[in-house]
Design a protein around this ligand. Structure first.
Ligand code: ADP
Ligand code: MG
Length: 854
């Protein structure tokens, strides 16, 4: 940036302010525009497609500049925030008309991805989180705190490892992280690599008394420090009331079913791997919520399934009672659709950014509550205790809005028409004056027509001249001398004013102005009065959200025929009869889906699954994981019958999806995921290893896979589903007591292999590779030879070059063909089928075939 010295006072001011907001776009208010200068201007003009101009065009060093009309700023700000930038709004904080010299300017708000409040920048069913992390070098622990400024939610936890910091931050999809300077660079790097976030810093920590009570209830110094950092940042960037922030709730990740971010990603809980969207995920399946708050709470429950048996059963009981009462449930749903986003409305009330229409929405929402409460009470047989108390309709607020706010209030709060007649006497007086004045004008018009005999005489109004009497040019001679004072001449008419008209004009305009001012004041009073009820509105919002999620569970469970699972933390018996993968079933239809049981009684820890490609191994494993998650959220599950232990953690290594975000190799990710599981799983955990070892050379892959199974069997004892293409591993059943084999069935029909997608006991048949090759349409001769080679291998003999050429000549396959074909035979002979996956075999055959047709 150029030297400050030789600039105008205005640019001096600009530099001084900009110095404090280096990492933000500074929107510098100049009249009706926000201007940006220098690099800000150059960058913003590209991102926002604005025209880049310059200040001091003719000077030696013109200043790059671009501007936005202030009334259109919101859209531009949204765009910048959406792309991960920050915007500092710098306003004139003095009235320019009353100031000599430079108008004082200040940044009144720093808008960042983690602090957006405007409803346009937020998606209704998603939270928008800002987090803060602090580190204690002595204990090597982290304090993690996060808030949704739009809803007022504030939570914090102590985390023991960088991994768990990454897990928590990614689970809540935080948009922005505030880091203290003590945070090790290594953690910062991991966070930057794994998460798509903006970083911010906050050093001095002075929580205002308004905010200090929010952290008053915290026990741990670390969570307190993180929360204070977060609150300080919020108050310093937002510079206004944050009265809707709720007291910090401390939580322990260990109180919930633990899943690392790999698993959540792999299982497609809330985000499709392919598209990154909600469509096709478990969240998409479960979401029949009717309110924005319910949608957000559902996602929170999905991120943190329960492990406490009592708490799960409580949710199940409520779902059951909703399932048992079809009509009440339909009515509850119906009423919920009329409930607006109470949490965010409460936030905007505290923030001071609500208008009359918002308050009408608040009233409409509150008015639904008594009905919902009655309906819930009607089906309650003790299951809803605790929740019913939260459904207080905050009637005083609804009543206040009903009395004060116009049903058709406009979007602005300064232009009048917000407050109802009859709410305030003085306002009624002004309004009467306005109405009377207008009435009086009509009478005056009639009177003047009569007096002058000018039938076309009329009374009008414009902003510049106020009220006037207009007479057309042709009638001008009839205008009475003296009483009419000329005000304006138009091409075909003259406009006059009379002393009487002037006086009435004064009364009307004064009344109008005063009433607008008074309306504004009254509105602020109403808003402040509601402010004092914010915490009650928030309790209600949470109650409504809970009812909404539970009705969503009931609706989904009924729609897809789910059963109530029996869960217990006492037992380790897993019995899932005729289970289905809920999302695949929804997509392909119930009729098409082949149900499968998972039975792992006590004493059986590991299920080794073999079967050809595309037979349904991965689907089977995911099915179990999703069922466990649904069950521990309190929802019913896709099965005929389900008896399940309560799992403490789920570990997965599923699918061949590269970790696209971090760009790490598949095999490295595979091993990292395996490591997580082997080190942290307990006998109460669930491990899903899908074709582990596949990402490396055959022998060391198989060796690792076998060693991993031994290790789990010996040390971990977690319930484990292990799918593999290493057929050799099925032999482990003979030596490992707690391992069973199963495979996906296939039948031959008219010489073709048909996968049944059905799990059967015992190991799979090995010759699927050739069947698959046959399905792919490879030449019969080639397949025959492959079968012969396989037979020989199975008998422990290797076909020699000679044997093979005999076989080949018998087949008369390549008679009379050239060298290429001989090469192909040699290649074919060299294939080691015992160590190939069906897919590798298929690829090899495909290569050979290509070689021949060349
Ligand atoms: P694998 O992991 O054995 O290669 P997948 O689990 O990926 O197989 O399944 C392959 C395809 O088979 C899936 O995309 C799905 O369409 C279908 N499929 C899997 N399981 C079932 C089932 N139980 N019923 C019906 N179709 C299934
Ligand atoms: Mg698979």
């Amino acid at each position: 940036m150029p030297q400050k010295t030789k600039h105008t006072p205005m640019m001096e001011q600009y530099f001084n302010i900009k110095a404090d907001y280096e990492d933000a776009f500074l929107f510098y208010r100049l009249g009706d525009f926000y201007e940006m200068f220098y690099d800000d201007a150059i960058k913003a003009s590209q991102i926002l497609e604005l025209t880049l101009t310059s200040r001091n065009k003719n000077a030696d060093d013109p200043i790059p500049m671009c501007g936005i009309p202030h009334h259109a700023a919101a859209g531009y700000i949204d765009t910048l925030i959406d792309k991960g930038y920050k915007v500092a709004l710098c306003e004139q904080v003095e009235d320019p008309r009353e100031t000599k010299g430079m108008v004082k300017r200040e940044v009144v708000q720093l808008i960042t991805p983690g602090t957006v409040m405007a409803s346009k920048g937020l998606s209704a069913k998603e939270n928008n989180y800002l987090s803060a992390i602090v580190w204690d070098a002595q204990t090597n622990h982290f304090g993690f705190s996060y808030a949704d400024l739009s809803t007022g939610e504030l939570k914090a936890a102590v985390l023991a490892t960088p991994d768990s910091v990454v897990n928590e931050a990614s689970a809540i999809q935080t948009k922005e992280i505030i880091l203290g300077s003590e945070i090790p660079d290594s953690l910062k790097e991991i966070l930057a690599q794994r998460l798509n976030v903006v970083f911010s810093t906050q050093e001095n920590e002075l929580v205002s008394s308004e905010l200090s009570y929010l952290v008053a209830n915290i026990d741990s110094d670390l969570t307190k420090a993180a929360s204070i950092k977060l609150l300080t940042y919020l108050s310093e960037t937002q510079k206004r009331s944050l009265g809707h922030l709720q007291q910090v709730q401390e939580y322990q990740p260990a109180d919930y079913l633990k899943m690392d971010h790999y698993s959540k990603f792999n299982l497609e809980l809330a985000q499709s791997i392919r598209t990154g969207k909600k469509q096709g995920t478990l969240l998409w399946l479960l979401d029949e919520t009717k309110t924005a708050m319910g949608g957000r709470l559902l996602k929170q429950w999905l991120d943190r399934p329960l492990i406490d048996e009592k708490a799960i059963v409580k949710r199940q009981n409520m779902v059951q009672s909703l399932l048992d009462s079809f009509f009440e449930r339909a009515d509850i749903q119906e009423n919920l659709t009329k409930v607006y986003d109470l949490e965010r409305l409460a936030g905007r009330i505290a923030f001071g950014s609500v208008n009359g229409r918002d308050l009408i929405q608040l009233k409409t929402s509150l008015n639904q509550v008594p009905v919902v409460e009655q309906l819930v009470r009607g089906i309650d047989q003790g299951q809803w205790t605790g929740l019913l108390e939260d459904l207080d309709p905050v009637a005083d607020v609804a009543d206040l809005i009903e009395r004060a706010i116009n049903e058709e209030a406009p979007l602005t709060i300064t232009e009048g028409s917000v407050i109802k007649n009859g709410y305030n006497e003085q306002l009624d007086v002004y309004r009467e004056a306005m109405t009377n004045g207008k009435q009086w004008l009509a009478e005056l018009e009639a009177k003047e027509r009569e007096a002058t005999g000018i039938k076309t005489l009329k009374i009008g109004f414009n902003r510049v001249f106020g009220y006037f009497i207009e007479v057309s040019k042709g009638q001008i001679n009839n205008v009475p001398e003296g009483r009419y004072e000329r005000k304006q001449t138009l091409s075909n008419a003259e406009r006059f004013i009379t002393p009487e008209l002037k006086e009435t004009e004064r009364l009307i305009l004064e009344a109008e102005e005063k009433s607008k001012g008074l309306e504004y004041q009254l509105f602020i009073q109403v808003r402040d009065q509601i402010k004092s009820a914010i915490s009650r509105i928030q309790v209600l919002a949470h109650g409504i959200a809970t009812v909404d999620v539970l009705q969503s569970f009931a609706t989904v469970s009924e729609k897809y025929g789910y059963v109530r699972p029996t869960l217990t933390s006492q037992s380790r018996d897993l019995e899932l009869i005729e289970g289905r993968h809920p999302v695949v079933e929804k997509v392909m239809g119930h009729q098409e889906y082949v149900p499968n049981s998972v039975e792992l009684p006590k004493g059986t820890d590991i299920m080794l699954i073999t079967g050809p490609n595309m037979s349904g191994k991965s689907t089977y494993m995911r099915q179990l994981a999703l069922t466990v998650i649904m069950a521990q959220m309190g929802c019913f599950v896709p099965a005929e019958k389900a008896n399940m232990p309560i799992f403490d953690q789920i570990f997965t290594r599923i699918g061949a999806s590269d970790d696209l975000i971090s760009g790490q190799s598949t095999f490295m990710v595979e091993m990292m995921e395996a490591n997580e599981a082997l080190r942290h799983a307990t006998p109460q955990s669930l491990i899903l290893f899908d074709e582990i070892g596949r990402g490396t050379a055959t022998y060391d892959g198989m060796a690792l896979a076998e060693a991993i199974i031994h290790y789990i069997h010996r040390h971990v004892h977690a319930k484990t589903l292990f799918s593999t293409h290493y057929h050799e591993l099925t032999m482990l059943e003979n030596s490992l007591d707690n391992l069973i084999n199963c495979h996906v069935g296939a039948v031959e029909k008219d010489g073709e292999v048909v996968f049944l997608h059905k799990m059967l006991a015992g190991p799979a048949d090995k010759s699927y590779g050739i069947h698959v090759a046959k399905l792919a349409g490879l030449p019969t001769e080639l397949l025959t030879q492959a079968s012969q080679i396989l037979n020989a291998l199975e008998n422990g003999t290797h076909l020699s070059e000679e044997d093979l050429s005999v076989e080949v000549s018998q087949l008369d396959l390549f008679a009379g063909q050239d060298q290429t074909n001989n090469d192909v035979i040699c290649d074919l002979n060299a294939l080691d089928l015992t160590t190939m996956t069906p897919l590798e075999a298929l690829n090899a055959l495909n290569d050979l075939q290509k070689k021949m047709t060349k």
